[in-house]
Design a protein. Structure first.
Length: 394
């Protein structure tokens, strides 16, 4: 099959690589430098599995900025473009998705479009009415940053949403699920077919539950630290209950990254005129946690605070919406000098904060070093480090 993938971020690139094992895949991006890297078998994002597959696996993958050539005659066009949350409209910015839909309508209206971008509940149905000649299904992604291809090779589940009244879409939905199953290493993958609106809700509710869990253990940690208790002992005991389990329980400065901040806010917006308390509390809790972290650091009365890494997680190069950035701004607002050590930055300044690229110089210049995730490189300066990374993972 010929498959076009619009967008080469974590979602799009991992899907392109997965599907290119058995299909002719065209990865479409508007950034020429990313296209050039891919055509030279190099990954524009940090993901060890993607880097390995690009370098060593026989993939039928071509990257291009030419949308017309990619979309023409494609059996599927997968949309994995960014949909950032617009705080003024209380809505995902879906303009990049609609830009692809318009191009597909122009170049290949008979194909099947699979929306992978995260979208508001009810969006697929609404654009289906706006573009009645297009065949559109929705398949949410459930990927971790830095492990996107792995999570496609060993997926926890596959969910595909389509209009059940449309037999053509039903066939396309099952074919797409089979393509994902074919590319995966894991066998007997739980697969769910549902209406598009329910599939959209599944994505947002799943990520909001994860945000709830992050917030829960962060508030547990806030309580323990405030009362002089051992956070790890409490979490270990709580998580011995098999109904709670031992995952996603490592305290942090707050949830951030590509998905959780925007997905929780979008789901909250979807609750307009629907009674709720918990959804608001999840969003508010994350803000409260960052304020608490800032106050803990200010209590140490530092002159210079160092930020060790802007990234959200180990093995990731993403620091969009990272919680530590809000903590930095709070500290600066209180008159504290803040400097950054972030190896992925090649500039001397980020958001008007100074960047120090020499690690030892960075460490010696700071009174306090804050790290959302501890790194063994900090061991020699441990006495300066403030972190809530109890388990040194995640």
């Amino acid at each position: 099959m010929k498959i076009a993938v619009a967008g080469t971020g974590y979602v799009g690139l991992s899907l392109a690589v997965l599907l290119a094992q058995h299909n002719d895949v065209y990865a479409v991006d508007i950034i020429q430098s990313k296209v050039d890297l891919l055509n030279n078998k190099q990954s524009p994002i940090k993901d060890a599995e993607i880097e390995d597959y690009l370098a060593h696996k026989p993939l039928h993958l071509v990257a291009t900025t030419d949308a017309k050539s990619a979309y023409t005659d494609a059996d599927f066009v997968i949309v994995s473009t960014p949909t950032n949350y617009d705080p003024h409209k209380n809505y995902f910015d879906t303009s990049s998705v609609e830009a692809v839909l318009k191009l597909v309508q122009q170049y290949n209206p008979k194909t099947t479009i699979v929306i992978k971008s995260t979208i508001p509940v009810g969006y697929t149905e609404s654009v289906g009415k706006k573009y009645p000649d297009l065949s559109i299904i929705f398949a949410p992604e459930f990927l971790r940053e830095g492990h996107a291809l792995y999570d496609n090779l060993y997926p926890s589940r596959i969910v595909v949403g389509y209009d059940a009244a449309n037999s053509k879409l039903e066939t396309a939905a099952h074919t797409f699920a089979q393509l994902l199953q074919q590319g995966a290493i894991k066998q007997d993958i739980p697969t769910l077919f549902t209406q598009t609106t329910e599939a959209e809700a599944i994505k947002l509710f799943a990520n909001t539950y994860l945000a709830l869990r992050v917030s829960y253990f962060n508030e547990l940690d806030t309580y323990a630290e405030s009362r002089g208790l051992n956070t790890q002992a409490i979490i270990n005991g709580v998580c011995l209950d098999p109904r709670i389990g031992d995952g996603y329980n490592n305290p942090s400065f707050g949830y951030g990254g590509y998905c959780l901040p925007k997905d929780t806010k979008q789901l909250l917006a979807n609750y307009s005129n629907v009674p709720q308390n918990l959804m608001s509390a999840i969003v508010d809790s994350n803000k409260t946690r960052k304020e608490y972290i800032a106050q803990q650091i200010l209590a140490k009365k530092p002159s210079v605070v160092g930020i060790y890494r802007l990234t959200m997680k180990a093995n990731s190069d993403n620091f969009r919406q990272s919680s530590i950035q809000d903590v930095m701004k709070m500290l600066r607002g209180e008159g504290v000098s803040v400097v950054i050590y972030e190896p992925s930055l090649t500039v001397s300044e980020f958001e008007k904060f100074s960047v120090i690229n020499d690690f030892d110089k960075f460490c010696t210049s700071c009174d306090v070093i804050i790290a959302n995730r501890f790194d063994n490189a900090l061991e020699a300066y441990r006495s300066k480090v403030y972190t809530r990374d109890i388990y040194q993972r995640d």
